[in-house]
Write a protein that binds this ligand. Structure first.
Ligand SMILES: [Zn+2]
Ligand SMILES: [Zn+2]
Length: 393
């Protein structure tokens, strides 16, 4: 089959790779119909994450059709249209039983490296290096889905592919940020980043009863989307002092909940960011995290959805203790939220298709990731469709 492979820092190529096969009784094989880019891919693409190997297939947000079913699979049949959680969880271990699927003890086939880096192995994910399980990604014609009864979900007939696709990764991540960030009815919530995850965190905060949601992002087009689809107010950090503006809009108190959906790639403003740029390459740059911690009201809650892989520099720990903040983060626990999100999509409460700003064949993968990385042409997410002819788009 054809697959979009990592072939070196910044380099992608479509290659012929062996078709995936059923390996365990609980596997299914899915023929891919949609597979999206995600900000979490960018550190991989740049070669900043160790253990990615030449020939590894990227992609973890996807939807497709079941074409083969292992003998132990109960919930799926050939022909089912499924959306698959981007993280891999067994459904049966100590963590899965406590509803923490992205912490699964059996998601990674090679836990030693994660254990060395983080103290514990985490669950696996598609399209990641072997530290995260080494599961081949979804930018391909087919993908093997382990633990299919746990991680694959049949899409209601009334929900289209371009909407349901985002129930794989961006929508559950956003929902988790709002829910575990403890958004309560009447709250003011600030969200850093208006990419797919940030927009869906903002929408989730509204659905959980936030009275006001303020989205911070330096892209005009994304801010307009957040206004239209998440019913959010916006701040453009190019034209405003974000912390001062948030204080102003909250009667001097600051937001109750701050959700960070930027990660380490954010090019922040001000002196600290300048220092980051000069010392770049070592520690990750959590400019949005710093701002969120700084802006959050006393006793408030900060949730980190951004992709961080190692160590950060200049974290404002003093603000956390002095202001009594709760700071929390997680890789997305999608298995927990996807059925509920699909129901909301079917009821038209949650619309996501506008996030698929570009649709391209696999063969245009390098171009798609360049568009996505540079946010060119209003790009929010590029969706690869292996059925499109190579010249399409
Ligand atoms: Zn992702
Ligand atoms: Zn598990």
């Amino acid at each position: 089959m054809r697959a979009l492979c990592w072939v070196g820092a910044g380099e992608l190529a479509v290659r012929q790779v062996p078709d995936p096969e059923l390996r365990n009784g609980h596997d299914v094989i899915v023929r891919i119909r949609r597979s999206a880019t995600c900000g979490g891919d960018l550190p991989l693409l740049a070669g900043r994450v160790p253990f990615l190997a030449v020939g590894d297939v990227l992609g973890h947000e996807f939807l497709g059709e079941v074409v083969e079913v292992g003998p132990q699979v109960r919930r799926h049949r050939v022909g089912d249209r499924v959306v698959v959680c981007s993280s891999v969880a067994c459904g049966a271990c100590w963590y899965c039983r406590r509803d923490l699927p992205s912490c699964c003890d059996n998601g990674s086939a090679d836990p030693a490296v994660a254990e060395a880096a983080w103290g514990h192995p985490t669950g696996g994910a598609f399209g990641q290096p072997r530290t995260m399980g080494g599961f081949a990604g979804s930018h391909a014609e087919y993908v093997r889905v382990p633990y299919a009864d746990v991680g694959a979900f049949t899409v209601p007939e009334t929900v289209g592919d371009d909407r349901a696709l985002f129930a794989s990764d961006a929508a559950p991540a956003g929902w988790m940020g709002a829910e575990l960030g403890q958004v309560r009815p009447g709250d003011v919530v600030a969200v850093w980043g208006a990419g797919a995850v940030g927009q869906l965190a903002a929408r989730a905060a509204r659905l959980l009863g936030a009275e006001r949601v303020v989205v911070v992002d330096p892209e005009e087009g994304r801010l307009r989307m957040a206004e239209r689809h998440a019913d959010a107010e916006t701040i453009d950090p190019r034209h405003a002092d974000v912390t001062a503006e948030l204080r102003e809009r909250t009667g001097g108190r600051g937001p109750d909940v701050c959700v960070e959906a930027v990660g380490a790639a954010w090019n922040g403003h001000g002196l600290r960011s300048l220092a980051d740029r000069f010392t770049g390459g070592g520690a990750e740059r959590p400019a949005a995290v710093r701002e969120a911690v700084h802006a959050c009201r006393k006793g408030g809650s900060v949730f980190l959805l951004g992709e961080f892989t190692g160590f950060v520099d200049a974290f404002p720990l003093g603000a956390v203790t002095s202001k009594g903040l709760t700071v929390r983060g997680a890789r997305q626990h999608g298995q927990r939220y996807i059925p509920m999100l699909l129901e909301r999509m079917a009821r038209d409460e949650l619309r996501t298709e506008h996030l698929a700003t570009h649709r391209l064949p696999l063969e245009r993968g390098a171009q798609g990731y360049a568009l996505f990385r540079d946010r060119a042409d209003g790009c929010v997410r590029v969706v690869f469709d292996p059925d499109l002819p190579p010249s399409a788009g």
